[in-house]
Design a protein around this ligand. Structure first.
Ligand SMILES: Cc1cc2nc3c(=O)[nH]c(=O)nc-3n(C[C@H](O)[C@H](O)[C@H](O)COP(=O)(O)OP(=O)(O)OC[C@H]3O[C@@H](n4cnc5c(N)ncnc54)[C@H](O)[C@@H]3O)c2cc1C
Length: 474
């Protein structure tokens, strides 16, 4: 088991050893600033609505039982609305936010904000109804009915709540596992309906919303920002880019083991803005099922005019790719993701990928500027490794160090193959990457496997900000 660093690196045929230091980390620092600003903005908005609740008499109302319930119910309603609108903004693929957070972090933040705003919403419904029932629990169900049928906008709000309940329940891991992805995704879109249907009752019965010009401006501003962001970056921009690039399939190549590569080229002179390691959501206009978008990472460094993806057949969408004909039109959303040069802050890099998870790392191994020996790639695989010839060529031409890790997964909780005997993951990491703490490490593969890799890298001393993980959702 030879340390990656000790592997002899043949003199690369490409003599130029690129200088990587000048702006290394500049974008990563900018992104860290953006993430902090988003965090501060969300907290500031939560404090602002709480301040308005306090100045609106919220605290005084806590002196009575029923008024206290109602007042706390108003506060949780305000916090739930605020978080729900930021939830929509976070998932609107606003470029500066998407680039700074990346897929994994956005998904984690989305779950946290989603469950928190949902819990606050349930507290809002329960407390405000209990308060309106004069604090009498037994009368609360009846009061809920009265509120729903008598108060303006409440029937819509009830429908909105039903949508959000469905979205949250189907997103609980146990439920999601039982659903086909497209069914889950379709139901998830009801979240927008849920948020939209809540608005009328806030305007018509929510005294906190329109009590002052500042509050009106705040809430309307947030609503309009959400609606415009979703429209601009989830609808208009993808359509505009797809029309501008006019991407078409130029070829499908068998890679073995139920894996195919799809080559696409742009029919226009416009250069496509994408970086190695990023992914797009693709829709191939090849007949039934085209409306379903699938995220696939670029498996070669993009040159502005053509793209390559490499896909493992795991279901009907991915299996349909091998039947694609040259000339098939392609619609794209993206590029997305932060598993790209953007996240790099160090000269030395390690790329660790399992199975088809090596696709974005293969692109990074081609695109990253590095001197021989500065970048190592560890490829875990069963059956045949992917891109063997290409990685060997990069090893010869660029001094990429490659380690092949064949074999089935050894045991739950370990990311190593069954050929590794009983060496523990952390010892293996420390041996292969003795300088792991001085590197940026990019990890991609199935979710549970990627979690095990991340755990062992952290235990081996890799700082969290230098760990860049993307999983393929399964
Ligand atoms: C950021 C990202 C990059 C990816 N890059 C690649 C890649 O380069 N090569 C590759 O082979 N696979 C990649 N995948 C996984 C790929 O998107 C799914 O395998 C594919 O969408 C499966 O669709 P299906 O209809 O064949 O299978 P299904 O039977 O519908 O789904 C199989 C599994 O894929 C997941 N999945 C299905 N559709 C989606 C979707 N639209 N978004 C996210 N997960 C989905 C489901 O949760 C399910 O677990 C990537 C996934 C993500 C999230």
């Amino acid at each position: 088991m030879t340390a990656l660093a000790d592997r002899s690196v043949p003199a690369p045929t490409d003599a130029s050893s690129p200088d990587t230091s000048a702006d290394l980390g500049r974008r990563a620092r900018w992104d860290a600033g953006v993430r902090l600003s988003v965090l501060v903005t969300v907290w500031a908005s939560l404090l602002l609505v709480t301040y308005w609740w306090v100045t609106g008499g919220g605290v005084q109302d806590l002196t009575g039982w029923a008024s206290g319930l109602t007042s706390t119910g108003r506060l949780t309603g305000l916090l739930a609305s605020d978080l729900l609108l930021f939830q929509v903004l976070l998932m609107a693929r606003v470029p500066v936010v998407e680039k700074a957070f990346g897929q994994e972090r956005l998904a984690r933040t989305h779950r946290l904000v989603g469950f928190t705003s949902f819990t606050a919403m349930l507290a809002h419904i329960g407390l405000i109804t209990w308060g309106y029932a004069a604090g009498d629990l037994a009368a609360t169900p009846g009061e809920l009915w009265n509120l729903t049928v008598d108060y303006p906008g409440m029937l819509l709000a009830a429908a909105g709540t039903a949508c959000l309940v469905m979205v949250v329940v189907t997103s609980i891991k146990a439920a999601r596992r039982r659903l086909r992805y497209e069914s889950w995704h379709l139901m998830h879109l009801y979240a927008y309906a849920g948020v939209g249907l809540a608005l009328p009752h806030q305007l018509w019965t929510g005294q906190d919303f329109l009590a002052s010009t500042a509050r009106t401006a705040f809430w309307w501003g947030l609503w309009i920002a959400c609606a415009l962001s979703v429209l601009t970056w989830r609808v208009v921009l993808p359509l505009w880019r797809s029309a501008r690039y006019r991407l078409r399939v130029s070829g499908v190549v068998e890679e073995g083991d139920g894996v195919v590569s799809v080559h696409m080229s742009s029919g226009r002179s416009a250069r496509m803005t994408a970086e190695a390691g990023q992914f797009f959501t693709f829709r191939f206009l090849s007949g039934a099922g085209w409306t379903r978008g699938h995220p696939y990472s670029l498996s070669a460094a993009p040159d502005g005019r053509s793209l390559r993806i490499t896909v493992k057949e795991v279901g009907d969408g991915s299996s349909a790719l091998r039947r694609l004909r040259p000339g098939t039109r392609v619609l794209v959303e993206g590029p997305y993701g932060r598993l790209s040069p953007r996240a790099r802050t160090r000269r030395k890099v390690a790329l660790i990928g399992a199975g088809v998870g090596v696709t974005p790392l293969r692109a990074l191994a081609e695109a990253l500027p590095y001197a021989p020996g500065e970048v190592g790639l560890i490829h875990r695989f069963t059956g045949q490794p992917l891109f063997e010839a290409e990685l060997r060529r990069l090893s010869v031409e660029r001094g990429l160090q490659v380690m092949w890790l064949p074999g089935r997964r050894r045991a739950e909780g370990s990311w190593l193959g069954d050929g590794m005997g009983d060496v523990d993951d952390v010892t293996a990491v420390r041996h292969w990457l003795p300088d792991v703490a001085e590197r940026d490490v990019y990890v991609c593969g199935p979710e549970p496997w990627a979690r095990d890799v991340a755990r062992s890298l952290t235990a081996a001393g890799l700082p969290a900000e230098n760990l860049h993980v993307e999983s393929f959702g399964w």
